[in-house]
Design a protein around this ligand. Structure first.
Ligand code: B12
Ligand code: SF4
Length: 439
């Protein structure tokens, strides 16, 4: 995983890749499998597996290709999957024997069978959206959970009903239909995790409101603390917000992206209505939940003033945390196609595609203004004075608020040491205990 200038080392060990744990869950017991993760330790590249499977994002693609080349030079076959090979299969095939485009459910078994029979095809793609009842529970026993900060992550759905131009959901290969997993299987997965706090890592937990209501109702008796990402239309469902709060939801990650309506419109984020933002935040705070606002900078309507205006809005609304991004045209997305046809892509180094570099020519500010503004807003919003100004009115939220804000500030030696000593999971548990009185 690549780090941004404001990231501490522990970002690498935040949580393991669910993709590989799910792939392991789809693999029949008769296969001897193991998982290696370079984020938590040195890879053993001298092993001799029959097949190597690698999950790849754009910013990790260079390293993934290097690893694949090492195995293939020794005659070991490599299959790649994940967001980047799915949108750029030809590029991935220069380093892999085979690419899985999109979801693995329903095709991983064929890949394994074909590999065993020596008939591996170069591309596999399920033209239909995967049946969510086929998604197995991640095989947690395949990794050392103590090496990660959080291993209580759950993916309850696939996709999103919206199609924002900068999001991977706008890629051609993505099935444009939202699917929730059967609620029963989500609940039994949570129960088997044995955790009292759960992070849902879905794109959008409210992509199908009746299904979300069913899920939230089933979460209620578990007495959990949970966190999730939702789209801004949560503001139209106050009764669902009530139920979420009662069932233990403590924070919502929301892609507000911009306080400039034209900027949101320019990337087809038409569901975001800036005049509703403040009331959405108030509705969430009134129910004692925190808001993590995802903000993107560098849209065609953004001027240099966007940074100061955004800080003012974040502080005025006492938004607990901000995750900031420089607009990034991910290969395969509609935004990428637009910028490419306009000749505005200025940097093709994949490792720079982690939303912390300017890889295109902005319209209403220079690339330097965009980059410096991005660094400035992180410093400014997580300055001790602004952390104090944004302190929640509700006393209960203050401990988790402070811990989350300290987590967003850059920490060097101490977190590296905690990570090296395999104390990440214990640190996560301590943070949960301090915040919510649970582990
Ligand atoms: C959770 C998450 C995170 C977590 C990561 C937790 C973890 N350890 O995995 C955190 C918060 C750390 C994170 C960080 C970042 N993330 Co993120 N993240 C996600 C999110 C929401 C879910 C990923 C996930 O686990 N999905 C569940 C799994 C099961 O789905 P999956 O990976 O797609 O796997 C399926 C298939 O793709 C396939 N598959 C996958 N791999 C393989 C391999 C083989 C061999 C095969 C056969 C099949 C296969 O099978 C799986 C089952 O069907 C995605 C959005 C999304 N929905 O994918 C963004 C996403 C992956 N993140 C993104 C970004 C930009 C980032 C950051 C750069 C953001 C930042 N500025 O810091 C960082 C860097 C991440 C990195 N370098 O790895 C982008 C990546 C864009 C791209 N084209 O690469 C995404 C797509 C978000 C978006 N909407 O644009 N992220
Ligand atoms: S609302 Fe979020 S997850 Fe959905 S398409 Fe837009 S950016 Fe992607």
């Amino acid at each position: 995983m690549s780090l941004r200038p404001m990231d501490s080392e522990y970002k690498r060990v935040l949580s393991p890749s669910l993709s590989l744990l799910i792939l392991a869950g789809l693999t029949p017991e008769s296969y001897n499998t193991y998982i290696e993760d370079e984020n938590v330790g040195k890879l053993n590249l001298d092993d001799n597996p029959d097949l190597v499977a690698i999950t790849v994002n754009v910013d990790t693609s260079k390293r993934a290709y290097d690893i694949a080349d090492i195995y293939r030079r020794r005659g070991i076959r490599v299959v790649m999957g994940g967001i980047h090979p799915s949108s750029c299969p030809e590029e991935a095939l220069e380093h892999a024997d085979s690419v899985c485009i999109g979801e693995a459910e329903g095709i991983w078994e064929s890949i394994l069978g074909d590999a065993k029979a020596g008939k591996l095809r170069s591309c596999y793609y399920n033209p239909k959206p995967a049946d969510m009842s086929l998604t197995p529970a991640p095989k947690w026993n395949m990794i050392k959970r103590s090496r990660y900060l959080y291993t209580n992550i759950v993916c309850a759905s696939r996709g999103c009903p919206h199609i924002c131009d900068f999001c991977y959901n706008s890629c051609d290969y993505v099935h444009k239909c939202y699917r929730g997993r059967p609620v029963k299987s989500i609940i039994s997965e949570i129960e088997s995790l044995g955790a009292r706090q759960v992070m849902f890592i879905d794109d959008n937990l409210i992509g199908n409101i009746p299904w979300t209501r069913e899920l939230v109702a089933a979460l209620k008796p578990l007495g959990l603390t949970w966190h999730a990402a939702v789209s801004t239309n949560i503001g139209s469902h106050p009764d669902l917000l009530d139920e979420m709060a009662v069932s233990g939801c403590k924070s919502l990650f929301i892609g507000f992206e911009s306080i400039n309506e034209n900027s949101n419109g320019s990337v087809n984020k038409i569901q975001n209505k800036t005049q509703t933002y403040n009331s959405i935040i108030k509705a969430i705070h009134d129910r004692d939940m925190m808001v993590n606002a995802s903000m993107v900078f560098g849209f065609d309507h953004d001027k240099p003033s966007v940074f100061a205006n955004t800080v003012q809005w974040l502080v005025e609304n006492k938004i607990e945390t901000m995750t900031g991004h420089i607009l990034t045209p991910y290969p395969g997305t509609r935004l990428f196609n637009q910028f490419q046809s306009q000749g505005r892509i200025t940097d093709n180094d994949p490792s720079h595609y982690n939303t912390a570099h300017v890889v295109f020519r902005p319209l209403n500010m220079t690339a330097e203004e965009l980059y410096n503004g991005y660094l400035w807003i992180y410093k400014e919003i997580y300055s001790y004075s602004n952390i104090l100004k944004r302190m929640p009115d509700n006393f209960h939220r203050r401990v988790p608020y402070l811990l989350f804000n300290l987590g967003y500030r850059k920490h060097g030696t101490i977190t590296s040491l905690i990570s090296k000593m395999n104390l990440m999971n214990a640190t996560g548990k301590l943070a949960s205990r301090l915040s919510y009185g649970i582990e």
